[in-house]
Design a protein around this ligand. Structure first.
Ligand SMILES: O=C(O)CCC(=O)C(=O)O
Length: 247
């Protein structure tokens, strides 16, 4: 028996709101406040800290401006809803416009003192993984002083990536805007939009959960089938199984 046509089902959803739809289309990104209600953030933040603290080995990468911990599909039930949030999946339908799957879900913490990240796009224009939808759940408020993500609105339609267009890839761009929001807000963006985090000059870390969706025939950066833990598998509903491209 053929599986359910999840893409067809999701493509009929209309939960994003017209402002977010037009921001995503015209600017290349949108901020969805309260994607996780404020009353649930304390528990999610505690789960984030515990998961990051217990991660080991190759799952942890300490970069020059942030620390990343991979695979939040398998780090607790608190994170299960993040990659099946209906407005996020609707954004995927709109931007990717064909069946898609999750490619990554990780934590990214910017410590105090983190420098600007270079302007970049998340996918090459001709890659099988394009279009890509990126998302960032703000675990802390994103503010101008703690490293809020910056974007160049409309740059998702530009033919060239920042490194092919700028001599200084951390310099301010005259059209840049900061994506600020309260903890629990979800930043959704077309991965071809120029972006990067700003500097964290505050005294606290800026925590976030980030991921990407790609066309279903693209190469996922995380092999969720191979990493799947039995306790995670037991929790997955049919939509999560579709999104994770599990057989
Ligand atoms: O953490 C952020 O604000 C952006 C991170 C990002 O764009 C990336 O790591 O590719």
């Amino acid at each position: 028996m053929p599986g359910r046509d999840w893409f067809g089902t999701l493509a009929e959803w209309s939960l994003l709101g017209s402002d977010a739809v037009s921001e995503l289309r015209e600017r290349g990104f949108a901020i969805l406040p309260d994607a996780v209600p404020s009353g649930e953030m304390e528990q999610l933040t505690a789960a984030y800290d515990a998961a990051v603290a217990s991660a080991t080995g190759d799952d942890v990468s300490i970069g020059s401006t942030s620390t990343r911990v991979t695979d939040f599909v398998n780090r607790g039930a608190e994170f299960d809803r993040l990659y099946v949030l209906p407005p996020l999946l609707e954004a995927c339908c709109r931007v990717i416009a064909r069946p898609f799957k999750l490619s990554t879900l990780h934590a990214r913490t910017l410590p105090p003192g983190a420098a600007y990240q270079a302007w970049h796009v998340d996918v090459g224009r001709h890659a099988a993984e394009c279009p890509l939808v990126g998302f960032i759940l703000m675990v802390d408020d994103f503010r101008p002083d703690n490293g809020a993500t910056r974007f160049v609105p409309g740059s998702h339609r530009w033919p060239r990536a920042p490194r092919d267009s700028m001599t200084d890839v951390v310099a301010e761009h005259d059209r840049q805007v900061l994506a600020c929001g309260s903890a629990g807000s979800l930043l959704v963006f077309d991965g071809s939009t120029w972006h990067g985090h700003t500097a964290n000059v505050s005294s606290e870390p800026r925590r976030s959960l980030q991921g990407a969706f790609i066309p279903r025939d693209g190469y996922a950066a995380t092999d969720f089938a191979a990493r799947m833990q039995p306790e995670t598998r037991k929790r997955l509903g049919p939509l999560a199984r579709y999104v994770l491209a599990l057989g």
